[in-house]
Design a protein around this ligand. Structure first.
Ligand code: FAD
Length: 417
């Protein structure tokens, strides 16, 4: 990379606190490191983009409940395949791209934020004690709370590998098959993955509506293709039925099975039930109500700055699933927001140091786009291309590892920072 001899260093430094070390939070931290070193951010497509002319000393602290980066979109496979589980979770300290003197990590949970004092209270996972971190800029990227088996509940890699092994053994040893309840994006991926990895096991997917993916703003032919691929894979699909009762039954040899009663009175006996009904709750409980909408999502401007009536709003930014932003929530969107938040915070820092007016990049509305990994095939919908499916599409959208390498390389996690 050619050196920029005209780069000067500003006379003050900034502390940035990032809540959540996943797609949104890490993308923001890494793009901000690039910019602060007077480099074009790694996510910029424009070959004509000019690097900044100032270096800005920054110290970024990322707080996360987990001890590492978990490739969340691979969760249905990570919980079903031991080899993939090990790949899907990497401790922050083992990621080459995060080793930088400008970047440090705290494993802990943010419990409250004082906007006025610009201080966050954190419960440290190691010591269980409360500590405070003051900041000049805060980036909230802590996503949504999701239950098991949509995502693992472990906070440390070793515990996660144990949790995944137990889950796999429950599925493998289930007598009379496995039932997945809920035909949303998570349920359909989970059912396909379980069938591919356990072909001898009967896998049934039960969905309360007549159409799979009924809460997604996507056309019927997309949902129909998903249903056909599931059936081709060997998953039994039951539509338009609610599970109204789940009763444990002990059999003679002491193995437990479950008796499910469906809304039409049908009875299904199964060895294991997985609830994939999406109960996603924003993790924003550490923020005061003024910053949030009624559902608990952070109100933002298109620049990603908090738009609620709070003190120091221009020092508070949000990225990813936790934002009140229209459209299907996706990991690509979270990383894109991280990139934009970093550019805009950098603009704000420059303005503080040089007095120049910040020139913010504004986010465009997200289109209704979805890609699903269903065992060997992927199905996608975009407004331009409509519904597509196939094994080649699987390779281009997810590679061979549920998109893990694609995200890892996009954020350059394998390269020295
Ligand atoms: C099973 C599944 C499959 C998916 N498949 C796809 C797909 O194929 N394609 C796609 O684009 N999207 C997919 N998604 C959606 C995608 O995963 C999300 O949009 C993405 O993870 C959002 O990223 P984020 O950085 O905003 O939040 P998250 O990835 O949710 O990360 C939030 C982070 O914050 C941490 N955290 C939470 N609360 C606190 C706190 N109080 N203090 C400190 N840290 C905290 C968490 O530990 C976590 O690491 C899928 C989601 C699921 C659940």
């Amino acid at each position: 990379m050619p050196s920029n001899d005209f780069v000067r260093t500003v006379s003050r430094s900034f502390r940035v606190l990032v809540i959540g070390g996943s797609y949104g939070g890490l993308a923001a931290a890494l793009a901000l490191i690039d910019l602060s070193h007077a480099r074009v951010p790694r996510f910029t497509y424009d070959p004509e983009a000019k690097p900044p002319t100032y270096r800005i000393p920054i110290q970024i602290t990322v707080v996360d409940k987990r001890d590492g980066y978990f490739h969340l979109i691979g969760s249905p496979k990570a919980l079903a395949c031991e080899k993939f589980a090990s790949k899907a979770w990497t401790r922050f300290q083992d990621i080459p791209g995060l080793k930088s003197p400008d970047l440090s990590f705290i494993q802990g949970s943010v419990s409250s934020v004082d906007f006025k004092a610009k201080v966050a209270h954190i419960v440290d996972s190691e010591t269980k004690s409360s500590r405070t971190e003051s900041y000049d800029y805060l980036i909230a990227g802590s996503g949504l709370r999701r239950t098991f088996p949509t995502v693992p509940q472990s906070l440390r890699r070793e515990e996660f590998l144990k949790e995944a092994r137990e889950h796999m053994s429950d599925v493998k040893n289930a007598r009379d098959g496995v039932v997945v309840v809920g035909g949303g994006a998570v349920g359909v991926e989970m059912a396909a993955e379980l069938k591919i990895l356990n072909p001898q096991q009967k896998v049934t997917l039960i969905h309360s509506r007549k159409r799979l993916l009924s809460s997604e703003p996507l056309p019927d032919d997309f949902a129909d293709r998903v249903g056909s691929i599931l059936r081709e894979t060997g998953v039994e699909v039951v539509l338009g039925q609610r599970v109204i009762e789940t009763r444990a039954v002990n059999t003679e040899n002491e193995t437990r099975v479950w008796n499910l009663t469906l809304s039409d009175g049908r009875q299904i006996t199964t060895g294991h039930v997985l609830n994939a009904v999406s109960q996603t709750i924003p993790t924003s409980t550490y923020l005061s109500q003024e910053a949030l909408n009624k559902e608990g999502y952070i109100k933002i401007h298109p620049s990603l700055q908090f738009s609620g009536d709070i003190p120091n709003a221009e020092h508070h930014w949000a990225v990813g699933d936790l934002t009140a932003w229209e459209g299907i929530k996706r990991c690509g969107g979270a990383m894109h927001m991280g990139h934009y938040a970093a550019m805009n915070i950098h603009e704000h820092m420059l303005a503080e140091c040089t007095g120049q007016k910040p020139n913010y990049q504004n986010l465009s509305p997200f289109p209704s786009v979805m890609g699903l990994a269903l065992g060997k095939k992927a199905v996608s919908y975009t407004p331009d291309e409509g519904t597509r499916e196939g094994e080649d599409l699987m390779k281009s959208l997810f590679g061979t590892d549920m998109g893990h390498t694609i995200c890892w390389n996009y954020m350059r996690l394998g390269e020295a920072c």
